[in-house]
Design a protein around this ligand. Structure first.
Ligand code: NAD
Ligand code: ZN
Length: 256
């Protein structure tokens, strides 16, 4: 199927009043300059993310792990939301039953204006006390870029703080999972920019489909989910969503 036909088929499903759920992964932020973990820029000083984004790595060398997060925070701070973030922010206001579920931690959906979203993996802009000290909230916002000294310390107990993200081997937040599960009951479910290799992305796409949703993958590359969705759009999310929105607005009939 041509990209033009695929865009048209998705646009036909996005009727006013449709319950629309979009699950986003790091590919949605790639065009903003935020590296994906599996892309060439995913490596930092020859470390794999799996070697840094774990509680064990932090316990062993909190400074090293914070150097990586501080570097990522600096990179992300210099990035801007792209057309994919903008279109999703538009849909969030247009469709009364719109849900955005993200695996991203970069805050670009929020910066594009999405007020309510499900963050499955937390936020790189939040921190929490490593010792879970009594005086501290579960997590709090800290947008200091860069931190003057690493590792940064807890303002409540003076001990270490950790990034407010879900690390490999850690459980996902139960409330976020429950909201994502509810959002998987919808009319149109779009998985954009995720390799769909890891839980829960891998689970939500078939779940939504089993519940009767029209499922769509937006990804320039083949993924394990590609054969299990109703429609594949083989384009970058920033291109695909822009074309769908243009078609919804009736301003374009051409896709590359
Ligand atoms: P991934 O790195 O496994 O997969 C990214 C996917 O995006 C790939 O399938 C790739 O083909 C696709 N992609 C690349 N460019 C794209 C584009 N322009 N448009 C659409 N798709 C594109 O990422 P993942 O599956 O999201 O898993 C890694 C985890 O690491 C995430 O869940 C997240 O928690 C974390 N992470 C977050 C960020 C971020 O917040 N921006 C960045 C890297 C990693
Ligand atoms: Zn503390």
């Amino acid at each position: 199927m041509s990209a033009e036909t695929a865009i048209e088929r998705l646009a036909q499903r996005l009727i006013p009043g449709a319950a629309v759920t979009v699950l986003t992964g790091s590919g949605v932020s790639a065009a903003s300059g935020v590296p994906t973990f599996r892309g060439p820029e995913g490596l930092w000083r020859h470390f794999k993310p799996e070697e840094l984004a774990t509680p064990e790595a932090f316990a062993r060398d909190p400074r090293l792990v914070w150097e990586w997060y501080d570097w990522r925070r600096q990179k992300i701070a210099a990035c801007r939301p792209n057309r994919a973030h903008e279109v999703l922010a538009l849909w969030a206001t247009r469709y009364p039953r719109f849900s955005l579920v993200t695996q991203n931690v970069d805050g670009l959906h929020e910066r594009a204006g999405v007020a309510d979203l499900v963050r499955l993996h937390g936020s790189i802009w939040e921190v929490s006390c490593w010792n879970r000290c009594k005086g501290s909230p579960e997590r709090w916002l800290d947008e200091t870029v860069p931190f003057p000294t690493l590792p940064p310390t807890c303002r409540y107990c003076g001990g270490l703080i950790r990034p407010g993200v879900v690390w490999f081997g850690e459980p996902l937040d139960g409330d976020a999972l429950a909201r994502a599960d509810r959002a998987s009951s919808c009319d149109v479910f779009i998985a954009a920019g995720t390799s769909a290799l890891v839980y829960p992305a891998a689970a939500f796409v078939p779940l939504a489909r089993a519940r009767g949703a029209f499922t769509v993958e937006v990804n320039p590359d083949d993924t394990p989910a590609s054969g299990r969705v109703d429609l594949v759009i083989r384009l970058g999310a920033e291109v695909a969503l822009d074309l769908v929105e243009a078609r919804l607005q009736g301003t374009s009939t051409a896709a590359p």
